[in-house]
Design a protein around this ligand. Structure first.
Ligand code: PLP
Length: 401
């Protein structure tokens, strides 16, 4: 049993619900320092930010801005480029809406059939509002994105390439260097949906060489309702806001307004102050951990899971195998059984898995599946969790097929 388990309060409960929690791709559990920071922010620092002249308001503002700095440091960027959002969905909507303002009819945005709806629908909106062409690169029968097909889809009319850094269905990790070379060759912006990959870092955004990155606090051992959009300062400077109102202005008259500089331009209204402070603490905690050991722990458990699943003949696993570029997100199909039925049986064994389309309906359509059963690991996952999942899947196969 690894030391990481001691950092997660849910494991200290006498009888935790779903004790074998393998739905980490949906939401990870909160880490103690993030929970402590969240509580402190709500109790000791609760006040509005950026406009108060009293001590409590100033302390809240300082804590919020320190969180921004900590988050920026975790991703190797500067604080002015970090925008607080409610999550990846909000971040990608903000970005697509802003980029759309500079696109012309016929300009192309390239995505893939693997994308989460959060990285598809905001670009689809631009087809309607700006007349762009949305090109979705197909995947093979296993759910794998081919770089050759991607290279063919990127043309001189491509202005944006927007892809998941890691798939929330197959766990496949994108070859960012290869994609960056393709997008740079035509001068396209490279946007990554980092919802799944951000915690498998450290993610050094400067080294990755991308233009924008989105992620969610609740998948980073932090609070819910908080996320981050990062984009290069010169890109942010060109973007209009998605939301307008208080806190994001320079000057307002009855019939006009001018915007504040980023990041404030994109943070209209009262931000999720305590959640942002909690996320800062989560990322500070993550930065102190042995990343290599953490990744190795999850890789070993994923290997155990994949090897166990290979022994069950009614089960087919999508995406990369043990040696592929992957994270601990494993989607499987039980021949002849609906994933919701599989998940119900897993639940009886105390195993929390996710069954369904995982907000990737076009992928499911391409693979001709109703959905998959998805198991996903975290640093606090134990061998016992994996073994319980394998026993439960065996039971599901016996019961349902
Ligand atoms: C790859 C991917 N992108 C985007 C999202 C959306 O994240 P959120 O619901 O936190 O906005 C998710 C969440 O499941 C995801 O897995």
């Amino acid at each position: 049993m690894s030391d990481w388990r001691t950092w997660f309060p849910f494991l200290a409960e006498p009888q935790p619900l779903s004790p074998h929690y393998l739905d980490n791709a949906a939401t990870t559990q909160i880490v103690r320092p993030a929970l402590d920071a969240l509580i402190r922010a709500e109790v000791q620092l609760r006040a509005n930010v950026h406009r108060a002249v009293h001590a409590r308001g100033e302390a809240a503002t300082q804590a919020l801005e320190q969180a921004r700095t900590a988050i920026a440091a975790a991703f190797g960027v500067v604080a002015e480029e970090i925008i607080f959002t409610s999550g990846t969905t909000h971040a990608l909507n903000l970005l697509a809406n802003g980029l759309g303002a500079g696109l012309q009819p016929g300009d192309q945005v390239v995505v893939s059939a693997l994308e989460h709806h959060a990285n598809l629908l905001p670009w689809q909106q631009l087809v309607r509002t700006c007349g762009i062409r949305l090109v979705a690169v197909p995947v093979d029968g296993d759910g794998t994105l081919s770089l050759t097909a991607l290279a063919q889809a990127i043309t001189p009319r491509t202005r944006v390439v927007a892809l998941g850094h890691a798939s929330n269905v197959t766990g496949a990790v994108l070859d960012v260097a290869a994609v960056r070379a393709m997008s740079a060759a035509v001068g396209a912006k490279l946007v990554l949906d980092g919802a799944q990959m951000a915690r498998h870092g450290p993610v050094d955004l400067m080294a990755l060489g991308v233009d924008a990155y989105a992620c969610s606090g609740h998948k980073l051992f932090g609070p819910t309702g908080i996320g981050v959009l990062w984009a290069k300062a010169d890109l942010l400077a060109t973007l209009p806001p998605l939301l307008v109102g208080g806190s994001m202005i320079r000057q307002v008259t009855l019939d006009s307004a001018t915007w504040a500089d980023p990041p404030r331009r994109f943070e209209a209204g009262t931000p999720p102050i305590a959640a942002a402070i909690g996320l800062g603490a989560a990322l500070q905690w993550l930065a102190t951990q042995d990343h290599a050991a953490m990744l190795d722990h999850e890789a070993r458990l994923t290997q155990r899971l994949l090897e166990g699943l290979a022994q069950i003949s009614a089960v087919r696993v999508l995406g990369p195998g043990v040696n592929g570029a992957r994270i601990g997100v494993v989607s499987l199909e039980v021949a002849g059984a609906h994933p919701h039925d599989v998940c119900q049986i897993l639940d009886r064994h105390g195993v929390a898995a996710r069954g369904g389309h995982h907000c990737c309906q076009p992928l499911m359509a391409a693979l001709d599946l109703d959905g998959t059963t998805r198991l996903s690991t975290a640093p606090y996952t134990s061998q016992a969790d994996i073994d319980a999942a394998l026993t439960a899947i065996d039971d599901a196969v016996r019961t349902l097929t």
